[in-house]
Design a protein around this ligand. Structure first.
Ligand SMILES: Nc1nc2c(ncn2[C@@H]2O[C@H](COP(=O)(O)OP(=O)(O)OP(=O)(O)O)[C@@H](O)[C@H]2O)c(=O)[nH]1
Ligand SMILES: [Mg+2]
Length: 220
């Protein structure tokens, strides 16, 4: 019985995600589903890179959080349009939540939509939001065993940011081992070492996004 209910949830989600994906494609909006553990640095990454990305593209952000609007307030301070979704304790965003939030966004005027998912390495990976790409922030302080322990999110991600690299010497995180594991799970994955607070490696992330947004806009 429980299995049946779950299947229905995924089925319903996937149908809505397909509708969203078609809409994003039609309107040429590049959508990033930004995932990662609580505190890995997702909002800090946005704070440090939205300025550069906004110079080239029209951007909006959807923030997913259990109860607060704290992350949305941080993005709002940058002058970037932002919508907060509160999941009321739910551990991930789903496609119907995104569809509802889109009611207050003009997709025709947008190039890029970044969705910061609820901090969690498990549930968000199972819910398609109709995004163009998934991106995951894995911070050094979480441990280098996380790719193998939580493979789905890393298999699904086009890019993984190894964040808080400034703290490397304080941890036993083995970057080579994490890279090897990520590549064994997902051979095509782009891996970028970043420090959001020390502003290292951010150019590569910005370029990666810019290249894909530009390619998407040039396609039919
Ligand atoms: N040392 C260091 N700290 C960082 C870095 N990036 C983020 N932080 C810190 O990590 C903490 C959490 O950062 P957030 O950006 O709020 O993390 P988040 O992933 O958005 O967290 P949730 O939205 O709660 O899941 C903050 O205190 C940041 O200042 C980094 O590169 N290095
Ligand atoms: Mg956040």
């Amino acid at each position: 019985m429980e299995i049946q209910v779950l299947e229905n949830i995924f089925d319903e989600n996937d149908k809505t995600a397909d509708v969203l994906r078609a809409e994003f494609r039609k309107k040429k909006v590049f959508v990033i589903n930004l995932m990662g553990s609580p505190g890995s640095g997702k909002t800090t990454l946005l704070e440090k890179t939205l300025g550069a990305l906004s110079k080239k593209f029209s951007i909006a952000v959807i923030e997913g959080d259990l109860f607060t609007a704290r992350d949305a307030e941080r993005i709002d301070r940058l002058g970037v349009p932002v919508i907060q979704i509160n999941t009321a304790g739910g551990c991930h965003l789903d496609a119907p939540m995104i569809r509802k939030a889109l009611g207050s966004l003009d997709l025709d005027a947008l190039d890029v939509l970044i969705i910061e998912n609820v901090g969690n390495l498990v549930c968000p990976a199972s819910f398609d939001l109709g995004e163009t790409v998934k991106a995951t922030v894995l911070s050094i302080t979480e441990g280098d065993d996380k790719p193998l322990k939580y493979p789905l999110i890393f298999r699904e991600s086009s890019i993984v940011l190894l964040n808080k690299i400034d703290l490397l010497e304080l941890t036993n995180f083995d970057v080579d081992s994490a890279r090897r594991d990520l590549q064994s799970i997902n051979p095509a994955v782009e891996i970028v070492e970043t420090s959001c607070t020390k502003e290292r490696g951010l150019e590569r992330w910005i370029n990666w996004v810019e290249e894909r947004v530009s390619a998407g806009r040039e396609s039919d």
